[in-house]
Structures are given as structure tokens and as C-alpha cells.
Design a protein around this ligand. Structure first.
Ligand code: UT7
Length: 328
């Protein structure tokens, strides 16, 4: 019996209405629009309303994805939410989402691989479907990074935003779907990007909060160097294991962290900038949500045609990375 082909049946996205522009940030920290645009490519980010949490953003994106796949929530067998900003420690955001959607039949869990979480989620979902355990899996990347961002730190506050992207995975015609996954981790770089407070190592206390340990801490330069190295190599390895060449790529859908990181990946893959989906100018870095948000927009904008070869590639805290070759 041939292995079944697994691919994307529908996509969805959601971003909150409120915009935080570079001009707004100029009033909050010692920075300026020119520095942010030239060093990162970001112009504005979206910020969740006070009453919104990650599961609310995930819900909106998921409803759209279900609609575009033409299936109902009751037909979902599994929900995976990749996030570093769950509504709460537990229950998982995936369980909260299952309830909101009324996806009664679905199992549900969260996945923690920072900005690589969505690719890790796709690999998990594909494995479950290929082994015949599930038919329809909802994979969501959703974040409210504004809740863990220190708006007195110019090193991080200019980067992050809120949003969600979702896809439904299921069987697709032979020849299409996911051709390979390449996942990786290097725990030795964990210190470069982290939130140290609020966990079992350093539970929240007045002191931990006053030391701002509940916010993201980042060594930007070292993360940058790691990202430049790993984006190209992960994409190349995913291509090689799928039996594809760089020249086969129709669209690169990279993690949206920094335009210079994306440009270096394009250079390594011999691709021009029009071969990459880029929306970080409008949303900033939305961690696990950034790849599905970019993918959903690429689909919306008609940039993805049947039979196109897509490479999804991301990196993030952990350190982690992931890449996948997908024939649409
Ligand atoms: O999803 C993964 C999450 N993280 C990332 O992807 C981060 C990857 N890293 C980066 O994107 C970049 O390292 C940053 C955008 C964070 C920083 O850019 P950079 O080109 O690496 O700048 P830098 O840290 O080397 O700083 C250069 C200068 C420094 O001043 P001096 O020491 O040269 O006088 C900084 O203090 O720029 C200064 N600087 C700023 N100036 C204006 C740092 N942040 C800012 C700022 N506005 N917001």
C-alpha cells in the first residue's frame, strides 16, 4: 500500500486591529523609525486588545481555515497549537480552542518550540495522518507577544507583535503535499532567547517581577548569527531530503524576524526577493504565528498555485529550527 500524501486543505489568519508603529515606539524607547526599518525591515506590529488572549486570536484564524478547507469543527481529529504565549500554564491553549470551536472529537495539545513551533506542529500532524491515526488536523501558530515584551527594552520591543495563522492538514492527491521535514535543536543556545521567570526554576515573586524576569530577554547579535547560518542550511537539507533543487523553489515562506536574515537566506538559496513571502513590515515578528500568517496571506494574495514548490523555514528560541518542502 502506498503512503498517503498529506498537505494543506485550508488556511486562515487573524491579526488584532490595534497598530503599534515605529513612530509610537519612538515615544516609548530611545529609538527611531530609520534605525528600525534599516536594521529589521519592520514598520508596524499588531497588538491584541486587552480582553483578547492567544486562544481568541487562534480561534479567529481557525474558523477561517476550517471554512477554506470546507470542513466543520466536528470533523477535526486533533488540534495542535504552537505558542510561547499560552492563555495560561494549563489547560493548554489547544484545549481552550477545542472548546471555543466545538471540536468535540478532537484531541488537543500545545507545542513549545518558539518560532519554529509551527513547523514542528506540521511535522507532528503529518506523521499522525500518515500513520492512519487521524484524518483532519488543525495546526495553529498563535501569539500575544505584547504580553511578554518589555516596552522599556529597545532591543526587543521593536521586534514583536501579536497574531495567529492556522492550517487544516489532511490527505491530498498523490504528488502533492509535504515532501520533507527537517527539524533541529541546540539547547546550548537556550540562554540567548528566553523568559527566565514564572516557571518552576524561578516562580513569579515580587522580586522576579521587579527584575522584569517575566519578559523576553534576548542576545540579538548571537541570535542573528545563528539565524543566518541555520535558515539556509535547514532549507537546503529539507530540499535535499525531498530530492528537490534550489531552482525548484517557487515561494519561500520564512520566519518573519528580520529582513536582513531573510535576505541572507535568499542569497544562500540563489533566489530573488520576489520569491519570498514577506510581511514583517506590517506585523513584525509574531514567533510561531509568523510562518502560518505569511502562508495564509500568500494564499490570499494568489501567490500560491497548484503544483508550486514552497519551502517553509524558521528558527527561534531553544534554540530550534525547522524547514519543510511542500508541493501545493
Ligand atoms: O524569532 C527570533 C527572535 N529574535 C531575532 O530574530 C533577533 C535576531 N537579531 C536581530 O534581529 C538583530 O540583532 C537586532 C534587530 C535585534 C539588532 O540589530 P543589530 O544590527 O544586531 O544591532 P546591534 O544589537 O548590534 O546594535 C547596534 C547598535 C548598538 O549601539 P552601539 O553599541 O553600536 O552604540 C545598539 O545599542 O544599535 C543600538 N540599538 C538601537 N538603536 C536604536 C539597539 N537597538 C536599538 C534600537 N534603536 N531599537
Amino acid at each position: 500500500m502506498n503512503e498517503i500524501a498529506v498537505g494543506i486543505l485550508g488556511t486562515g489568519k487573524y491579526v488584532p486591529e490595534r497598530r503599534l508603529t515605529n513612530q509610537d515606539l519612538e515615544r516609548m524607547v530611545e529609538t527611531n523609525d530609520e534605525w528600525i526599518v534599516t536594521r529589521t525591515g519592520i514598520r508596524e506590529r499588531r497588538i491584541a486588545a486587552q480582553e483578547q488572549a492567544t486562544s481568541d486570536l487562534a480561534y479567529e484564524a481557525s474558523v477561517q481555515a476550517l471554512k477554506s478547507a470546507g470542513i466543520s469543527a466536528e470533523e477535526l481529529d486533533l488540534i495542535i497549537v504552537a505558542t510561547i504565549t499560552p492563555d495560561m500554564f494549563f489547560p493548554s491553549t489547544a484545549c481552550l480552542l477545542q472548546e471555543k470551536l466545538g471540536a468535540k472529537k478532537a484531541a488537543a495539545f500545545d507545542l513549545s518550540a518558539a518560532c519554529s513551533g509551527f513547523i514542528y506542529g506540521l511535522a507532528n500532524a503529518t506523521g499522525f495522518i500518515k500513520m492512519g491515526m487521524y484524518r483532519h488536523v488543525l495546526v495553529v501558530g498563535a501569539e500575544c507577544l505584547s504580553r511578554i515584551t518589555d516596552y522599556t527594552d529597545r532591543n526587543t520591543s521593536i521586534l514583536f507583535g501579536d497574531g495567529a495563522g492556522a492550517v487544516i492538514l489532511g490527505e491530498v492527491p498523490e504528488g502533492r503535499g509535504f515532501k520533507s521535514f527537517k527539524l533541529g535543536a541546540d539547547g546550548s543556545g537556550g540562554e540567548l532567547l528566553k523568559i527566565s521567570g514564572g516557571g518552576s526554576r524561578l516562580p513569579s515573586t515580587e522580586q522576579s517581577v521587579s527584575e522584569r524576569r517575566h519578559y523576553i530577554e534576548m542576545n540579538g547579535r548571537d541570535v542573528f548569527k545563528f539565524a543566518v547560518r541555520v535558515m539556509g542550511s535547514a532549507a537546503e537539507e529539507a530540499l535535499a531530503s525531498a530530492g528537490y533543487e534550489k531552482s525548484d523553489i517557487d515561494l519561500l515562506v520564512p520566519h518573519q524576524a528580520n529582513i536582513r536574515i531573510i535576505q541572507s537566506a535568499l542569497e544562500r538559496l540563489d533566489l530573488s526577493e520576489d520569491k519570498a513571502m514577506i510581511n514583517l513590515d506590517r506585523y513584525g515578528n509574531v514567533s510561531a504565528a509568523s510562518i502560518p500568517l505569511a502562508l495564509a496571506e500568500a494564499v490570499e494574495e494568489g501567490r500560491v498555485k497548484e503544483g508550486d514548490c514552497l519551502v517553509l523555514v524558521g528558527f527561534g528560541g531553544g534554540l530550534t529550527w525547522g524547514a519543510s518542502v511542500l508541493v501545493w
